[in-house]
Ligand binder design. Structure first.
Ligand SMILES: Nc1nc2c(c(=O)[nH]1)N[C@H]1C(S)=C(S)[C@@H](COP(=O)(O)OP(=O)(O)OC[C@H]3O[C@@H](n4cnc5c(=O)[nH]c(N)nc54)[C@H](O)[C@@H]3O)O[C@H]1N2
Ligand SMILES: Nc1nc2c(c(=O)[nH]1)N[C@H]1C(S)=C(S)[C@@H](COP(=O)(O)OP(=O)(O)OC[C@H]3O[C@@H](n4cnc5c(=O)[nH]c(N)nc54)[C@H](O)[C@@H]3O)O[C@H]1N2
Ligand code: SF4
Ligand SMILES: [Mo]
Length: 764
């Protein structure tokens, strides 16, 4: 067993020039370094060789798709996938002694990095009212306690059930079934803070919340937009798909306030030419956009396309598609033609010529795909921006055909599957009706609480019990001080987790840690060895089967914990729900799912085939389940972000060495930042206007019209080529700056990428 570090790592910043290419040999070296520090060479090899293989473990990292069976490389994973898997497969362990040594207050003062580095949780623990220590508890007592509290609530709506996208389809399905059988739709999830804006925009305009493209479409597109995403770090194997697209002749336009290494060049570590050569250029055009400028950019592009059609009628727009498959074109066109160039240039920070050159790229392309992620969804106008992207695709019929379409690039490995399984506080009646018909009870119909509204309800004392299945709610959610106080006001907080994190240290009167199996581990139940299933960003549902011995004999699977809790809370039933059967044999869960989710008929049998099942996307069959029965053009307006003089628009983002709320090290190799995460990246010209220089110490202070001061203390200034007027700093350290009330219109998603701040110099 490896020893965890006892001391907090000390900040010691060094800065080198940002990298201009991603991956290559250093990626392999760094992956192995982190892996061997966490676990043994044997376990590393077992994990990595079965990762993303047919019948192996699905990478617990991002939701990027695997190539078709038969086209997979022997090492079908990236540097970060290797780090994520070994972070779970670590041989470090947290035992009861650890909690005797460390009080809850002590742990609450530790960094996210240190907490994670202590290793895997191994037995259930309880913190009782009035105590400052977790102590061991049996599974029986822990689940009785939780069930007892649930039964004692005045209303089922006083509980919330949070899920993160690591959770398998089977566990997600059981969780939402339990919550609804218990009587509430309070099912907030990480998606509320991630791609919620994509879901709303796509549902409204296309009648589906999911992306419309597969890997093969990317390989055969002529033009690919990468908007508001950092694939070199967050979806590394997307670069392999882009490399292949480029070999087939695709051109790529990247839109980002930061010149991210992976957008510039890629050296594929699986290929000889990637190891010794220059690698491939990724972006043919890089648009150095101001944060929040994308709606203006796409509207300007749409205006240019309409004008090009005026100049050469019948050659630019796909008239047949617009006539037969869309609605609202005239209103949209009238509005888009009025986009003011002055406003576009101010909002985007781009020149008209730059945007015209992109128009020319579009006019020269038959098949266009737009990919996007958090740089779009986490802004106040995330939803209208995505609607404008849809307008852009519709104009030339770039939907529902090969090599073209919309590609929201999902984060967590199963975040999309969790939604398919019913993890959403607003599931439509069609799903609830199917649950009723299958199980014989009537699920509640009133919409439940999402993540932001759960915190508000907790703050007002309307929520008394929080159960989190995976994730780190306290650090994923905005406005740390507000969120932590709200959580502390609960009667009971409980977390089903693999590893220790900050959420375990922010306790209700009673708190429970319910340790669970990770995806890398064997899952043995009464009905034999089980596998689970997941759905990737391209709607492919496939199996995942762990290979390693569980981190502790006391661990239960997520499905087992939830089924046992359900039985204790609800007794047998309701209706014909069979919790015991579900726990013994996950195939029985899949059988039920197959009668509820239309594309998953005969689920258990079909998913076991190599490559699994690709869920149909109605858009690709020419079906639009929208209000008009057609794809909808929309009219979208924007406001130039209001950033007073002397202030900057801050985005909170991920370093290369972290998984969401969990930093693995203090380094961010591609951005040239080493030894500290308390840095704020600012354009050198802005620094001189603000009379600041490299290495200055500042507090980052949020500006928001309420009485709360939001201050992130002790950051070092790093000059960085971010767009003028903007700044970037790491999440979750800057979570304290995101006001709970600062949310995207319509989707209610926190605006983690658009926060007005000022930098206050601190004198040493
Ligand atoms: N290694 C690693 N991989 C991950 C994760 C991780 O934490 N670590 N997290 C996973 C999850 S859950 C998710 S959701 C994804 C997130 O994947 P990304 O969306 O790539 O994640 P972020 O780090 O938030 O980066 C946002 C990118 O958008 C850019 N951006 C910010 N504002 C704007 C804007 O206004 N316009 C444009 N055009 N660009 C903008 C930023 O400069 C940055 O490049 O990654 C997944 N994969
Ligand atoms: N300011 C700011 N805030 C953000 C974002 C941002 O860019 N900026 N990004 C948002 C996004 S996109 C997302 S997705 C959320 C992420 O929010 P979450 O998904 O809630 O957070 P994670 O950091 O992924 O959760 C890590 C924890 O999950 C647990 N875990 C890991 N694997 C398993 C497993 O297999 N089973 C169980 N039961 N537990 C497991 C471990 O205990 C680990 O500590 O954060 C959001 N918050
Ligand atoms: S691209 Fe994503 S899913 Fe694939 S190996 Fe890397 S982290 Fe895992
Ligand atoms: Mo995410």
């Amino acid at each position: 067993m490896k020893k965890p570090p006892r001391e907090e790592p000390r900040d010691d910043l060094t800065v080198t020039p940002p990298k201009t290419w991603a991956a290559g040999v250093p990626a392999v070296v760094h992956a192995l370094e982190y892996s061997l520090e966490q676990t043994s060479p044997k376990d590393t090899a077992v994990d990595l060789l079965t990762m993303n293989q047919v019948d192996g473990i699905d990478c617990p990292g991002c939701a990027w798709a695997d190539p078709a069976p038969g086209h997979r490389h022997r090492n079908e994973y990236c540097e970060n996938g290797a780090k994520h898997i070994n972070d779970e497969a670590t041989t470090r362990r947290i035992t009861a002694d650890f909690f005797r040594e460390h009080s809850v207050s002590d742990l609450a003062g530790r960094s996210d990095l240190w907490l994670n580095q202590q290793g895997r949780l191994t037995e259930p623990m309880v913190k009782r009212p009035g105590s400052d220590h977790y102590e061991p508890v049996s599974w029986r007592e822990a689940l009785d306690l939780l069930a007892g509290e649930l039964k004692a609530l005045d209303s089922p709506d006083e509980a919330v059930f949070y899920t993160s996208g690591r959770v398998s389809n089977e566990a997600a399905f059981v969780l939402q079934l339990f919550a609804r059988a218990y009587g509430t739709n309070n099912l907030p999830d990480c998606s509320n803070m991630c791609h919620e804006s994509s879901g709303f925009a796509l549902h409204e305009t296309l009648g589906t919340g999911k992306g419309t493209v597969g890997l093969d479409d990317l390989h055969h597109a002529d033009l690919i937009f990468l908007v508001g995403q950092n694939p070199g770090t967050n979806h590394p194997r997307q670069l392999s798909a882009l490399e292949q697209a480029k070999r087939n002749g695709a051109r790529i336009v990247a839109v980002n306030p930061l010149p991210e290494a992976g957008l510039l060049r890629f050296k594929n570590p699986q290929k000889a030419r990637g190891v010794i050569g220059q690698g491939v250029r990724i972006a043919d055009r890089f648009l150095h956009i101001r944060p929040g400028g994308d709606l203006a950019l796409f509207q300007a592009l749409n205006r240019l396309l309409l004008e090009a059609e005026d100049a050469r009628p019948g050659t630019v727009l796909d008239h047949a598609f617009i006539r037969d498959s869309t609605s609202g074109f005239e209103e949209f066109a009238e509005h888009a033609r009025q986009a003011s160039w002055d406003d576009v240039v101010t909002t985007t920070g781009l020149t008209r010529e730059e945007i015209e050159r992109v128009r020319d790229e579009v006019l020269g392309s038959e098949r266009v795909i737009v990919c996007w992620a958090m740089g779009i969804t986490q802004h106040k106008h995330g939803v209208p921006t995505i609607r404008e992207i849809v307008n852009f695709l519709l104009l030339r019929g770039n939907l529902g055909r090969a090599g073209a379409g919309a590609c929201p690039v999902r984060g967590h490995s199963n975040v999309q599957g969790d939604r398919t399984m019913g993890i959403w506080e607003q599931m439509p009646d069609s799903f609830l009706d199917a649950l009723r018909d299958e199980f014989g009870f009537d699920p509640p119909r009133a919409h439940g609480l999402d993540s932001v509204n759960s915190i508000k309800a907790m703050r007002e004392g309307r929520i008394k019990l929080f159960l989190g299945v995976a994730g780190n709610f306290v650090r994923a959610a905005p406005d740390s001080a507000v969120t932590e106080e709200a959580m502390r006001g609960c009667r009971l907080t409980a977390h089903v987790s693999t590893k220790l994190n900050r959420s375990h240290t922010v306790c209700g009167q009673t708190a429970l840690i319910l340790p669970t199996l990770g995806r890398t581990e064997r899952d043995h139940q009464a009905g034999g060895e089980q596998f689970v299933t997941v759905e990737n960003s391209m709607s492919e549902v496939h199996t995942s089967r762990g290979r390693l011995k569980p981190a502790s004999p006391l661990l239960l699977s997520e499905v087992a914990i939830l089924c046992r809790l359900a039985r204790r809370t609800l007794g047998a039933g309701p209706g014909n729900v069979r919790w015991e059967e579900f726990e013994a044999d996950y195939g029985t869960i899949r059988d039920r799912i197959s009668r509820i989710v239309p594309g998953l008929y005969d689920f258990d049998r079909r998913v076991a085939r190599p490559g699994g099942i690709r869920l149909p996307n109605p858009v690709n069959e020419g079906v639009y389940r929208t209000a008009t029965g057609k794809a909808m053009f929309t009219r979208n307006t924007w406001r130039i972000p209001d950033v007073p003089e002397g202030h900057l628009l801050l985005q909170t983002l991920r370093s290369h060495d972290q998984w969401n709320t969990i930093p693995y090290t203090l380094n961010d190799r591609y951005r040239g930042i080493h030894g500290s995460r308390r840095v704020v990246m600012v354009n050198p010209q802005d620094l001189s206007t603000l009379s600041l220089s490299a290495g200055d110490r500042v507090d980052v202070v949020g500006v928001w019209p309420d009485d709360t001061e939001r201050r992130a203390e002790g950051f070092e200034v790093v000059p960085y080529p971010t767009a003028r007027g903007s700044a970037a700093a790491y999440y979750p350290e800057t979570q304290v700056l995101v006001p709970l009330d600062s949310v995207a219109d319509i989707s209610n998603q926190p605006t983690s990428k658009g926060i007005v701040v000022r930098l206050e110099r601190v004198t040493p």
